[in-house]
Write a protein that binds this ligand. Structure first.
Ligand code: SF4
Length: 482
């Protein structure tokens, strides 16, 4: 897509066709497509270039939706009760008073239902990215850039993960044209599960792709922690109490110390005279042991002993004391024995201790990048369902209307409007698009009983059967996902 929208040449009217599916209103010459590639001029007819995606409704698993698996000898016939029409490839109607492209009646489990199907154009949207890692990617609120343009920010860290918010209306519309387009491209790539390269101001270089391990400053992240340092101490305390005299699980957030921890105390472990440099929260749990970074447990540490003060004989330190230090994933590990001066000396790790650390790793999960598409179905989109958009919102609120995105289940935020979130990997492939206003195009469907649809002021005159709706429309043929 070029950064510039075609200048309309009114003299071409009659040769070109005009697309009315979004505010850009492209004039499209024969054999070409408009700025978004969704619509084209096919023999003088404005045509949605992608087929409509339909999903098969399985009889098993409570009527779960799966991608419509089509055999080679499929004759194209659709059976009403077994098919759900998604918004992917459905097209968009514009301006707002027009009914959605497909308003389809069907019968599910004996209930007359109506599904309104459209490709929503979302100016208010973002991608929320969860990066499974202990590694520091940058300070909260730091700007995230793509190709030098500000496209989002770092938000609050979560359990074992760093979080980004990419996009949002302010980056899409509130900055320069280049910022808006860079933001749109980045959201789109993330939603299409393509790899994106991002840079965090004051932080890391990131290569992220939904469903793949994050790559942080060139390092492919492998494991997501089993717990914080304190939780790890608690989980493996019984094993360690028989193998070593002290364990420190180094963690940027909550570092755990076995003999001081409740778990060590309950198991009757004697004190070790250890001194951890950091802010003691509760017994055996320390905050602020180091700066966040790419070293041990998401800190800057490369030498774990640097967080320990002198061992204290009066508090239980003794020569020969066995000290294990590990990170929350077991990827960083060191073993020491106190010498006669109570100084920790590196020592070979006994096999059974190696095995105990391997158990930490075995209980970690693969580190992944997860992308949620977040969007608000505004009044204009809702008007395609009902002439009284607020009634649709109320119907969704009261759970009479189910919202899906390409057939995938969504979470609808409480409160006003219809702001939803969906895992992009649960949406059929290639469902996301764009228009250069800039905004993201995504499928959205509203399903309810026919009675409720009429009750909320739906476009009754536009209701069609599935057979009618798809009679002359190419249907997308998908293989079932694994
Ligand atoms: S950008 Fe796409 S949807 Fe908008 S007018 Fe052009 S072809 Fe139509």
């Amino acid at each position: 897509m070029s950064d510039d929208v075609d200048v309309v040449d009114e003299s071409d009217v009659g040769v070109k066709v005009r697309c009315e599916a979004c505010p850009i209103r492209c004039f499209i010459k024969p054999g070409a497509t408009g700025s978004c590639d969704r619509y084209g001029n096919v023999d003088g007819v404005l045509t949605r270039m992608d087929p409509v995606t339909v999903l098969e409704i399985t009889k098993e698993n409570g009527g779960r939706l799966v991608p419509f698996a089509v055999s080679d000898d499929w004759d194209g016939e659709l059976v009403d009760d077994a098919v759900f029409v998604t918004g992917a490839g459905a097209g968009t109607t514009y301006p707002d008073y027009k009914p959605a492209p497909f308003i389809v009646s069907s019968n599910y489990a004996g209930v007359d239902t109506v599904t309104t199907v459209t490709e929503g154009i979302f100016s208010y949207c973002s991608a929320r990215v969860k990066i499974d890692t202990d590694r520091y990617v940058g300070p909260e609120q730091a700007t995230v850039r793509a190709g030098g343009e500000a496209v989002g920010m770092v938000t609050t860290g979560e359990y074992g993960s760093q979080m980004l918010s990419i996009g949002g209306v302010n980056h899409l519309t509130g900055g320069t044209k280049h910022e808006g387009l860079a933001t749109m491209r980045t959201i789109l790539a993330l939603c299409r599960a393509e790899e994106v390269e991002l840079e965090v101001e004051g932080g890391s270089q990131l290569r992220l792709q939904a469903g793949k391990p994050p790559i942080i400053d060139g390092h492919v992240e492998e494991l997501m922690r089993v717990g914080c340092g304190s939780a790890t101490v608690g989980m493996f305390a019984k094993t360690w109490s028989k193998l070593v005299d002290e364990v420190v699980v180094v963690d940027d957030h909550i570092t755990g110390v076995l003999t001081e921890h409740q778990a060590g105390a309950v198991l009757g472990m004697p004190p070790s005279g250890i001194k951890v440099i950091g802010r003691r929260s509760t017994p055996g749990r320390y905050f602020n042991i180091a700066e966040p970074g790419a070293g041990w447990g998401g800190t800057t540490l490369t030498d774990p002993l640097s967080i320990l003060g002198p061992f204290n004989a009066a508090k239980g330190a003794r020569p020969g004391l066995r000290l294990l230090m590990t990170s929350t994933t077991g990827e960083s590990v060191a073993y020491f024995i106190l010498d006669d001066d109570l100084t920790p000396q590196p020592a070979e790790i006994p096999d059974e201790v190696v095995a105990s650390v391997a158990r930490i790793r075995a209980n970690c999960e693969p580190a992944l990048t997860t992308v949620l598409f977040v969007a608000g179905a505004g009044g204009s989109l809702r008007a395609g369902v009902s002439a009284e958009p607020v009634r649709l919102t109320r119907s969704v609120r009261s759970r009479l209307t189910r919202v899906t995105c390409g057939g995938a289940a969504v979470y609808v935020w409480p409160g006003g409007g219809i702001t939803f979130m969906v895992d992009v990997l649960s949406v059929p492939k290639d469902s996301f698009g764009f228009v250069p206003t800039p905004a993201i195009v995504a499928p959205i469907e509203f399903t309810m009983s026919r009675e409720d649809y009429l009750e909320l002021g739906g476009h009754a005159e536009a209701i069609r059967s599935i057979d009618d709706a798809l009679r002359d429309v190419p249907v997308r043929r998908l293989s079932a996902r694994g």
